[in-house]
Design a protein around this ligand. Structure first.
Ligand code: SAM
Length: 257
């Protein structure tokens, strides 16, 4: 079977795994469901049976005729030949209905893709993805644990994130070198903690985790004034991985840098 490495193509083969993923997505008839990277339709075909309309965004134009043939007469599939990193999801919103997003993502672009999708968080009710387990561990990590870091804070600012189950490389062709995991994102509507200056919040989180071993006072001394620590009631001698999303937000809101 032809596959392109540069497009991160690993096609799902295992019927049980496919069924488990479809169950996790839990498609409902009236959903506006969007699948990213449908490939040859391993998930697309079973998803189509549950929803009235399925949008699929696929970059590889050579796969599209194969996908369309596979899904012919099986439901209303709207294929968008596009780079998901640049695709304007707002185009798919009809009658203000929230979008549901899913897919077995190309692992090479998963992090920028998640951030691109988070730009539309207000219009998304949930997202269910297959990603590298190592990335899912970081996305879903709680403070003070090994995998907690910048990715956890920046994504958990926007969403409740739950790791669901792992998938072995043997479920794919060709087999990836890594274990995969299914993860669910539910964007907060509204956000529980709002950064008054989102750019500043991003800078603080990035600088804090640039030096995991340093205290936050040292890492952030160019951004946070000495008196701010007491005002926000955060111990400046802590390391960044012990701070919750709420505390990072508090720190950025309390600083008038
Ligand atoms: N969903 C299929 C499956 O599970 O068998 C294929 C999954 S494969 C891991 C990732 C898919 O994303 C491929 O079809 C690939 O061509 C597509 N893809 C890669 N980069 C993309 C991008 N930037 N935008 C949209 N699709 C992309």
């Amino acid at each position: 079977m032809l596959h392109r490495k540069r497009f991160g193509q690993h096609f799902l083969q295992d019927k049980n795994v496919i069924q488990n993923i479809v169950n996790a997505i839990a498609p409902q008839k009236n959903d506006v469901l969007v699948e990213i990277g449908p490939g040859r339709g391993a998930l697309t075909l079973p998803l189509l049976q549950h929803v009235k309309t399925l949008h699929a965004i696929e970059l590889d134009r050579d796969l599209i005729p194969i996908l369309e043939k596979q899904c012919e007469g099986k439901g209303n599939l709207i294929v968008h030949q596009a780079d998901a990193l640049e695709f304007d999801l707002a185009e798919l919103i009809e009658n203000k209905k929230m979008l549901r997003v899913c897919g077995n993502l190309p692992y090479n672009i998963s992090t920028p893709l998640i951030f691109h999708l988070l730009d539309y968080a207000k219009n998304i009710s949930d997202m269910c993805f297959m990603l590298q387990k190592e990335v899912v561990d970081r996305l879903a990590a709680k403070p003070d644990t090994e995998h907690y870091g910048r990715l956890s804070v920046m994504t958990q600012y926007h969403c409740k994130i739950t790791a669901l189950f792992d998938v072995s490389p043997t479920a794919f062709f060709p087999q990836p070198n890594v274990i995969s995991s299914i993860v669910r994102f539910v964007p907060y509507q509204p956000l529980p903690f709002v950064a008054k200056d989102y750019k500043l919040f991003e800078t603080i989180v990035r600088e804090a985790f640039n030096h995991r071993r340093k205290t936050i006072r040292n890492s952030l001394k160019k951004i946070i004034r000495d008196e701010t620590w007491a005002q926000v009631n955060i111990d400046p001698l802590l390391r960044p991985e012990t701070l919750s999303v709420e505390e990072f937000v508090k720190l950025s809101n309390g600083s008038d840098a």
